[in-house]
Design a protein around this ligand. Structure first.
Ligand SMILES: CC(C)(COP(=O)(O)OP(=O)(O)OC[C@H]1O[C@@H](n2cnc3c(N)ncnc32)[C@H](O)[C@@H]1OP(=O)(O)O)[C@@H](O)C(=O)NCCC(=O)NCCS
Length: 167
């Protein structure tokens, strides 16, 4: 595919697509209401990836994060199965980290399942480090969560940015 990728802020018109991607991506998906609530929350940011105009308006993936004071918390990241391995998550994460830094974040953090090797590889390629484990964090499988952080005050971070690829 040679369509150029557009990263933009989500709006209400994206919610149906966000929820469809969510249900296709997670064993215990967020509710539709959760996406609406994030769109209405002042600290929350939802970015979506889709094709650039003049291609038809579509929603292929998203990242949801909060920025509070100097911390960024990444709550959700997913790409529709039909659009994976094309660099969309990398672009979404790079743009989210960039926006959070602009808003004053000094530290980014997230939880991830230890079994989610693709997500772990993505986060590690941006310089995220495992700093803790939350026992039985996930209700559905009782799996622990790994706590990952990216501390911009540390020297030598690899941002992973600038690796733009056609979607
Ligand atoms: C994890 C996820 C968001 C990656 O999306 P994506 O758009 O396919 O990822 P990208 O194409 O941008 O890949 C970026 C990097 O992620 C890693 N990665 C992505 N998919 C991978 C896979 N199937 N196996 C191993 N590594 C993978 C690689 O390091 C990759 O870099 P590379 O292409 O240079 O090897 C996607 O698989 C997904 O939506 N999974 C279900 C939801 C989920 O687990 N979200 C994360 C919750 S913490």
């Amino acid at each position: 595919m040679t369509q150029r990728l557009l990263i933009r802020r989500a709006g209400l018109a994206d919610v149906t697509a966000l929820w469809a991607i969510e249900k296709a991506s997670f064993p215990s998906p967020w509710s539709r209401w959760s996406f609406l609530a994030e769109l209405g929350h002042g600290n929350s940011h939802t970015l979506v990836a889709g094709p650039s105009p003049p291609h038809p308006w579509q929603t292929w993936g998203y990242i949801i994060f909060w920025v509070v004071l100097d911390e960024m918390h990444i709550l959700n990241l997913a790409v529709h199965p039909e659009h994976r391995r094309r660099g969309l998550a990398r672009r979404l994460l790079a743009e989210g980290l960039d926006q959070a830094r602009t808003l004053g974040a000094e530290l980014a953090w997230l939880e991830v399942r230890p079994s989610n090797l693709s997500a772990l590889a993505l986060y590690e390629s941006f310089g995220f480090k495992t700093v803790g484990r939350r026992p039985r964090y996930y209700d559905d499988t009782q799996e622990d969560a790994l706590l990952l952080t990216l501390d911009w005050s540390e020297a030598g971070n690899n941002s992973g940015e600038g690796e733009e690829r056609p979607a």
